[in-house]
Write a protein that binds this ligand. Sequence first.
Ligand code: NAD
Length: 318
Amino acid sequence: MDTKTAKSSKIAIVGAGFVGTTFAYSLLIHGLASQIVIIDVNKDRAEGEAMDLNHGVPFAQPIKIWSGEYSDCEGADVIVIAVDKGQRIEQSRLELAEGNFDIMKQIIPSVTKYNKEGILLIVTNPLDVMTYAALKLSGFPKSRVFGSGTILDTARLRYLLGEYLRVDPRNVHAYIIGEHGDSEVPIWSLANVAGIRLKDYCPMFKIPYDPEHLNDLFLQVRNAGVEIIRLKGRTNYAVALGLTKIVESILRDENAVVTVSTFLEDYLSVRDICLSVPVILNRSGIKEIIKLPLDEQETADFQKSAAIVKRVASSLKI
Ligand code: NAD
């Protein structure tokens, strides 16, 4: 699909909170869609956000933005779910899951009543469990329901590695897979710059190759969400740009490689769960899942991550 067609696309955003509206702002700036509808149980909030965004249109690109109803999801190419019950960080993973699962049970059927052809992109946490719930509740094919997953964690790792290696983070190829959460797994065995593994790349530029330091960088990534929330109460900018990248890959039919949470039929013996792995994304959604040749420890960590997510999904009886 060319840019012109991407520009004539419609995006529905359910959840006019920090993430949903920062994403709408990013879409506006990137000129990726011609229509954005924002839906929220708090209609005033959705209306105020739509008004504010519309007043920026003269500085950006022609676009129609409005606060709407579920019926406005009709014809949307992508429906982004960024709702939240308004929970506290100290709540357990299961408590968070229960609260947001209740909301998903209301909103997914409301969306699919009016839209059976679009792509459902989930952002609500706990991400992997909510993605799995959306898949089951929608009855959509697995290629058209996925979550932003570790696209954010992968970006955080690339940013920190870029700083450490003194290269543009876009040229750092390193992935975080598994749960979007505490059990996520960095794939050091495949991390590279210019196709050169880090253990060979670092000495070429007199940068210490120290697995302990690399692990420290990973711990910063793993704790980033909690740390940002401690400092400013929310995370919104990076995730919104990650969502923009995902939507761009879809609308422009890019066949882009991104790490998103997707349904796994059999990935290193992990089955019947949504978790992040690299996928190829295009206009039809997830075209292919890329099976990474992980080392033994990474495989075990990935399987452990799957077991943790599965436990939560099972307790919710999804
Ligand atoms: P927020 O509290 O600012 O916004 C949530 C919005 O959902 C509110 O406007 C609320 O009115 C709305 N809402 C609640 N129930 C609803 C319902 N039944 N129908 C329609 N709207 C409803 O939250 P936020 O900071 O924007 O975060 C949204 C979600 O995204 C959270 O679950 C958060 O944890 C998650 N998140 C995920 C990532 C990621 O990488 N996946 C990153 C950041 C945040």
